[in-house]
Design a protein around this ligand. Structure first.
Ligand SMILES: [Mg+2]
Length: 475
């Protein structure tokens, strides 16, 4: 029976995270984590939910752009869209007028990400599978047909991608069984926001170690002396076996999963993240000054579009054993292509909805695997953790075959607003999403949307003024 897309709804949903200092870093000092949310509706019962993430003001602009992109799908047969998601992606990108306000960057592109993700959510629901499982069960040809392949054939051809995917196909079920059993490795960022006091950082780090985590990320870049002080606090906890969970043994810092990561005596790893605050020479000098806290990598040391700048920083920091990671603000697959071609990164940090949705993410997963660079997706915010576990499962099971050296960001904020929130097991690893009807795990509770919709939701109308006044007194 024919099912057509008949319309869509968008919601501008904002959470008042600026009141608590959650999410604060050297660049982003005042974040209200927000979702530009879209639901695609059909002539049948099938729906598809998607979103992209912003940090507050401007979320309404993204919602306006989503309406423009989603309108291109109204009247289309869903099975025709699903049959070649790569072509569908090209079609979504190719509006002859909207293209001018990109192309493939900025507001129009993150709007495309929300819409493409909603369509993938619908596709997965139509097959009664979580999104990752839908892709894992595809043939290599279907995966390649679902990928945004335009402009990357100088880095990887479709034939090369097919060869890579076929090489992994026979052992997919072993990897799927393994990750279902042990979960996917995660790291924790929520201990090290810049807006937190030393006491709060120490307490949250101890809690994270006790919860089984062994990779930790700290925000840096506002003040070097303060970064060193906080880094030493964190290292003093993560390197001390007394804080390990009961019965847990220290991991071998020179074992295959940790080699090259500057791991301490318990096998714990520290990463640092500057959120783009430095010029290139400044980044090099500043990070050299943090070598005592032994970071695995510096994340986003400079402007996200500066491919050669990242390459220069990576080269200069290599003798210090510190790597370079970036990608959460890399706005399309061509930026990742060049970061890989220029040997500018040690770790590739895709973002699930700054890239134009699953189809473009697949392109970056394939390129990163070809160049031998691990993918450690960006998460946190609102909804990003729900999304990225699916992407890392696809990467491990279908594309790279590599899991234990990778880690997936985890931030324990705002999961309660989702029908199928992500979760972490007792070893500090993501559980595998496994409900038949959860799609891309991004469906938000209707009550959360009604309460936090901006500016007319009940929280913003009735509760915010009092919460803000209370916060001002406590600070
Ligand atoms: Mg970051």
């Amino acid at each position: 029976m024919s099912t057509k897309i008949t319309g869509f709804e968008t919601h501008d949903v904002r959470f008042p995270t600026s009141l608590t200092g959650d999410g604060t870093d050297a660049m982003n000092t005042d974040c209200d984590y927000s979702s530009a949310y879209v639901s695609l509706l059909t002539s049948g019962d099938l729906v598809g939910h998607g979103m992209t993430f912003t940090i507050g003001r401007g979320n309404d602009i993204v919602c306006a752009a989503i309406k423009e992109v989603a309108a291109r799908l109204v009247g289309k047969e869903v099975e025709e869209l699903f049959a070649n998601m790569g072509e569908t992606w090209n079609y979504l990108c190719a509006d002859p007028q909207l293209r001018w306000i990109g192309p493939e960057k900025g507001v129009i592109h993150i709007a495309l990400g929300a819409v493409n993700n909603a369509l993938w959510d619908m596709y997965a629901r139509s097959r009664n599978k979580p999104l990752w499982k839908l892709v894992v069960d595809m043939t290599p040809e279907e995966v390649v047909n679902s990928t945004a392949f335009r402009y990357i054939s100088d880095a990887i051809t479709k034939e090369e991608a097919l060869t890579m995917l076929r090489g992994k196909a026979a052992t997919k079920s072993e990897r799927e069984a393994r990750v279902r059993e042990v979960g996917y490795p995660a790291y924790v960022t929520s201990a090290g926001w810049l807006g937190y006091s030393d006491e709060k950082v120490a307490r949250l780090t101890k809690e994270a170690v006790a919860a089984g985590f062994n990779h930790f990320k700290m925000k840096v870049g506002a003040d070097q002396a303060s970064d060193l002080r906080r880094g030493k606090i964190i290292r003093s906890i993560i390197d001390d076996p007394q804080y390990l969970p009961a019965g847990a043994q220290p991991r071998d810092p020179n074992g295959p999963d940790l080699i090259g990561k500057n791991a301490g005596p318990t096998g714990s790893v520290l990463m640092i993240d500057a959120n783009q605050v430095w010029d290139v020479p400044q980044a090099i000098e500043y990070v050299k000054g943090l070598q005592d806290i032994k970071p695995w990598f510096i994340e986003e040391p400079t402007a996200p579009d500066d491919i050669l700048g990242h390459a220069a920083i990576r080269k200069a920091l290599k003798p210090y054993g510190i790597g370079v990671a970036t990608g959460e603000h890399a706005h399309n697959r061509m930026v990742f292509k060049q970061l890989l071609q220029a040997e500018a990164i040690d770790v590739c940090q895709i973002d699930s909805c700054r890239l134009g949705g699953v189809s473009e993410v697949l392109a970056v997963l394939l390129m990163a695997a070809k160049f031998g660079i691990p993918v450690c997706p960006h998460a946190g915010g609102v909804g990003l953790c729900e999304y990225v576990i699916h992407l890392s499962l696809i990467d491990y099971i279908v594309v790279s075959g590599s899991m234990e050296r990778n880690v997936l960001e985890f931030v324990d904020h705002l999961h309660e607003h989702f029908l199928y929130p992500c979760s972490i097991n007792s070893k500090g690893r993501y559980n595998v999403p496994s409900h038949d009807n959860e799609g891309y795990s991004i469906e938000m509770h209707k009550e959360s949307i009604a309460r936090f919709q901006w500016p007319q939701g009940s929280y913003w109308v009735n509760e915010h003024a009092a919460a803000k006044a209370k916060g001002a007194v406590e600070h």
